[in-house]
Unconditional design. Structure first.
Length: 269
């Protein structure tokens, strides 16, 4: 897929997600303040139970799916526009890659949605919740776990997978989605925790995700350039060594000895 076409399709998909998100509103129905003030942990658990009772499962699923559709397509752009190798891509590889990526993000809602309900109960004050989310995102960003996760989320082409095409393409998309979830989960959690201005928070989180994936794309391109230069140098050195045979350390080159022996036999004849 050409880069311009890929970005255009992703922008259209994200636009549909934003339209659905604006129509739905916050993924959670507004909860009454049931906090007793006894402890933040206890209030978090009570808010989680109340949220799951008040919000039907289909509403939670629809809200999370609309949020994923709005925020994640642009982060997939570097993977779809990455340089591909010369081998032809198997039919249906790209849809399977995208399906694996989306399936992982949808599964992530099983953990992030309850976590958001718990945090909203433990930190009912909006300012405290935003501060906690910002500190969490920054701490995760500088942690070694984020660096490990970014290796899974590196830009890659579906054509780079090896093995049976259908399974490998879907698994590659699943791996890429896992890396994106592990790197971006604090940014996805913040708009869920705060009810007011959640659209603005979603837009800010989307921009930060896009910038982070752009940085990963540039790092991957730099590594690929260095690897290509190293491979070229090794290939040139190998060709040079084959073109110029190494002389025998104990005497003249083998080709010289063979030529001398042939001359002696010719003279003797």
């Amino acid at each position: 897929m050409q880069a311009r076409s890929a970005w255009l399709i992703l922008m259209c998909v994200a636009g549909l997600g934003w339209a659905a998100m604006i129509a739905i509103g916050h993924p959670f129905l507004s909860l009454s303040n049931c906090a007793s003030g006894a402890s933040a942990i206890g209030d978090g658990w009570r808010n989680l139970q109340a949220g799951l009772l008040l919000n039907p499962a289909d509403r939670l699923a629809e809200g999370w799916a609309a949020m994923v559709l709005a925020m994640t397509p642009m982060a997939l752009g570097p993977a779809l526009t990455a340089p591909r190798n010369a081998s032809p891509e198997a039919p249906g590889a790209l849809p399977l890659f995208v399906a694996g990526y989306g399936a992982l993000w949808l599964l992530a809602g099983l953990a992030l949605v309850p976590a958001a309900l718990w945090v909203a109960g433990a930190l009912p004050d909006r300012g405290a919740a935003l501060t906690a989310m910002a500190v969490t995102a920054l701490a995760w960003r500088v942690s070694p776990f984020h660096r490990l996760a970014s290796r899974l989320c590196r830009p890659s082409s579906p054509a780079e997978a090896s093995g049976p095409a259908p399974g490998r393409r879907a698994l590659d998309g699943f791996r890429h989605g896992a890396g994106c979830v592990l790197t971006c989960w604090p940014l996805m959690l913040a708009p869920l925790v705060v009810h007011g201005h959640h659209i603005v928070l979603m837009m800010a989180a989307t921009v930060l995700q896009w910038a982070d994936h752009g940085r990963l794309r540039r790092l991957a391109e730099a590594r690929a350039t260095r690897r290509a230069a190293t491979d070229d140098a090794f290939r040139i050195a190998s060709q040079s060594s084959r073109a110029h045979p190494k002389p025998n350390e104990d005497g003249p080159p083998v080709a010289t000895l063979v030529h001398h022996a042939s001359g002696v036999r010719h003279a003797a004849g």
